[in-house]
Ligand binder design. Structure first.
Ligand code: LRH
Ligand code: MN
Length: 396
């Protein structure tokens, strides 16, 4: 790697930041049960403490996403306690994620529920989430809806679309000027016949209908296996409607595995579209990079460190694509040269440069090693094991 490439890597690492999900530190599982980890976080303080460790060791995770019913049990009045932990552990509250999928009354949906009172309650919950965001100086309200149906004919899809447009407009209008609303799509699960916001086109339509502070959120796990995710990213960039990402990896469906554990080149191609857009337009897109994973088997904090350093590596590799050479090859339809412009960058070992960047910032060169030597895991295991031992693990 030449000094010019090292400089480009140092330059992009200066601004690359990725947000951690509070729920990634907690005991989560699948419908077949969950395997309790004695060191897992159960309180919001513990989640901030663990996120604080990852930020301390990597320097690039200054915010943590919150899920309202999981992290703000007292609603708006949880804000003061959360602000105190944010100060104590050096990680700020990030995107606010309302919970519109676990309450019994959401059986037939939230914003799309045929029951007006249920739709109103869902709108109220999002408005409360917006207020929590304001109290915590969080910019993004991140909306995912489990809404849909399991059997043909059981839902009026067009009527639900109208309710979603009405309710998304209503909550959009409750945003403060500095806030954004991110709309996340998902093709299926937990609904297995239709999902009301199932793909990027539906999310784009809903964001545009809601208002100018609404953007689309791309969860990499929310696509059919054959879908070209980076093409969706390129379109949303071109439309200035890409608000953020939930990164994870999958072999089959929304597996929520650690980013880059299955298909590193997928994430590289996404990051390439973002760098290429910036090179071509001179505009730095305002994208929230976030992790959304479920760490069922691997250690939760180690999985986060693995994810964050992998994201950094793939973001750095992607900036090494020679965009001038690529643009020329594309123009001339020189397929081999165009292809190799990406493959050469992807094949570059950027880890030495990233270690040097960390060293230049006074950060540990190897965050995973530093974590294992810190004794933090041993300490929290002692503190939390008894509490976690009572955690139920069976599904039914
Ligand atoms: C839905 C989803 C959504 C979250 C949840 C934890 O699959 O991706 O972003 O609210 O996971
Ligand atoms: Mn997600």
């Amino acid at each position: 790697m030449n000094s010019h490439e090292t400089d480009r890597i140092f330059h992009v690492l200066e601004s690359f930041r990725i947000e951690l999900p509070s729920w990634g530190f907690a005991n989560t599982g699948t419908r077949f049960g969950k395997f309790i980890q004695p060191a897992a976080a159960t309180t919001i303080e513990e989640k901030f403490s663990d996120a604080g460790q990852v930020h301390l060791l990597t320097g690039i995770c200054p915010t943590m996403a919150l899920h309202v019913l999981w992290d703000c049990p007292n609603g708006v009045s949880s804000a003061s306690e959360i602000r105190q932990y944010a100060r104590q552990y050096g990680v700020q509250p990030g995107s606010i994620n309302p919970n519109l999928f676990q309450d019994q009354e959401y059986k037939y949906g939230s914003f799309g529920n045929p029951e007006k009172t249920v739709r109103q309650r869902a709108v109220q919950h999002v408005k409360e989430s917006i207020e929590i965001g304001l109290r915590l100086s969080s910019r993004d309200i991140s909306l995912w809806f489990a809404d849909g149906s399991n059997y043909p004919g059981t839902a009026n899809i067009r009527q639900r679309k109208i309710w979603f447009e009405e309710n998304l407009r209503a909550v959009h209008d409750a945003l403060a000027p500095e806030q954004r609303m991110l709309i996340e799509y998902k093709p299926f699960e937990p609904a297995f016949y239709h999902t009301d916001i199932a793909d990027w086109g539906m999310a784009l339509h809903m964001a545009r209908t809601a208002g100018h502070q609404a953007k689309v959120l791309v969860d990499t796990g929310h696509h059919y296996a054959a879908q070209n995710i980076e093409q969706i990213v390129a379109w949303l960039l071109a439309e200035n409607m890409l608000g953020g990402f939930h990164f994870n990896d999958r072999r089959y469906a929304d597996d929520d595995l650690t980013m880059g554990s299955i298909d590193l080149y997928q994430v590289f191609r996404i990051f390439h579209e973002i760098h290429f857009f910036e090179w071509e337009t001179g505009q730095r897109p305002d994208i929230a990079y976030m992790v959304d994973q479920s760490h069922n088997l691997k250690g939760k904090i180690e999985s986060m460190i693995q994810t964050v350093t992998m994201a950094q590596q793939l973001f750095a590799k992607a900036v090494l694509v020679d965009s001038t050479k690529l643009a020329m090859a594309q123009k001339k339809c020189n397929l081999i040269d165009a292809e190799s412009a990406l493959q050469d960058a992807f094949a570059t070992d950027v880890r030495p440069a990233i270690r040097d960047w960390r060293d230049s910032k006074g950060l540990p060169k190897d965050p995973m090693e530093a974590f294992r030597e810190s004794g933090y895991l041993e300490r929290i295991t002692k503190e939390r094991a008894a509490k976690n031992a009572h955690n139920v693990s069976s599904y039914a």
